[in-house]
Design a protein around this ligand. Structure first.
Ligand code: CU
Length: 316
């Protein structure tokens, strides 16, 4: 029912508007509501959100309705002699049991969805996501691919003070990157998310993923995108001056396109590489490091920033 959908969207709070605007697919305009997304999990999250929203709307109407009606009908003018009763056991039982049942009806499906969201078992592949000020780094250990994903040059230029390029003239301003994450459609992708400096968060609402990236910790997430397309998000933990300049872009492509992309990346030299400065970690037997364009991230004497799992595959 499109009208119902529009009414629901119009009722969304400004906060939701902001979050939805920041997490839109590049192929469609921002919507006011949480996007339903393109993964089974994101659909579930959307339905939970809508269910909670309607429960809140109905309760708000009932509670405020009763409040306003009582204020009007039981004012001193209309109702000069107050009623004398004090307790009503039946009523008290009802207003305890009904909210309890409502809470249970929200908690059970939410818990079931959470359990699914945390089940990262049996992925088709793993992508290691490393946040840094102010870009993302993606590593595909199984394919030996690794590269940095920074904001696209046009957005960057337009954002400069006194730039001749106007932000409104840049398509997908602040929502586009040079090297997006690329994944095959219909496959379970496991993400291992961490950071090398401050707290960041990797978030793409269309994929039902929003996970914080902490230095020294590895958070897990997963998604199975069921539709080919380009999906965007933004870092959602305030991480400093360039916080708005580290968008997240994920391209979901067909298996053939993904195969072609992996070959292209290897040919372009976007490979994992044991860095000289990280030899110690390599000697420990489990480090998969990539050559980093910023030597301070993994330079001589620095600690290995990524301990990979599985067989180390090195390019170059
Ligand atoms: Cu950030």
């Amino acid at each position: 029912m499109p009208t119902l959908k529009r009414v629901t969207e119009a009722l969304m709070l400004p906060g939701l508007f902001l979050s939805a605007a920041a997490h839109a697919s590049l192929e469609r305009d921002a919507v006011y509501n949480l996007p339903s997304g393109v993964t089974p999990l994101s659909h579930e999250i959307y339905h939970l959100h809508m269910y909670g929203l309607w429960v809140m709307i109905i309760l708000a109407v009932l509670v405020f309705g009763t409040l306003f009606y009582s204020t009007w009908a039981h004012s001193r003018r209309r109702h000069p002699v107050p009623a004398k009763f004090r307790e009503n056991t039946k009523l008290e039982a009802v207003w305890t049991i009904v909210p309890f049942l409502i809470l249970i009806s929200m908690a059970l499906p939410a818990a079931a969805t959470l359990v699914k969201a945390y089940n990262t078992s049996d992925p088709y592949m793993t992508v290691q996501v490393t946040g840094s000020q102010w870009r993302w780094e993606y590593e595909y250990p199984a394919f030996g691919i690794g590269y940095v994903s920074s904001i696209d040059a046009k957005s960057n230029e337009a954002s400069m003070l006194g730039s001749p390029i106007k932000p409104q003239d840049v398509p997908h301003y602040l929502r586009n990157v040079d090297n997006p994450m690329v994944v095959p459609v219909g496959k379970k992708i496991r993400l291992l998310i961490t950071s090398v400096d401050v707290d960041h968060a990797w978030s793409v609402m269309d994929l039902g993923v929003k996970k914080n990236a902490y230095p020294g910790f590895i958070n897990e997430a997963w998604f199975t995108a069921n539709r080919i397309g380009t999906y965007t998000g933004q870092c959602t933990v305030l991480c400093g001056r360039g916080h708005s300049y580290m968008p997240t872009v994920v391209k979901v492509v067909s298996m053939e396109d993904f195969d072609a992309w992996t070959k292209q990346q290897l040919a372009a030299g976007h490979t994992l590489h044991i860095h000289d400065g990280c030899d110690a970690a390599a000697a420990a037997g489990d480090a998969v490091l990539k050559e980093h364009p910023a030597p301070d991230v993994c330079g001589p004497g620095t600690k290995a920033h990524w301990l990979g799992t599985g067989p180390a595959r090195h390019g170059k």
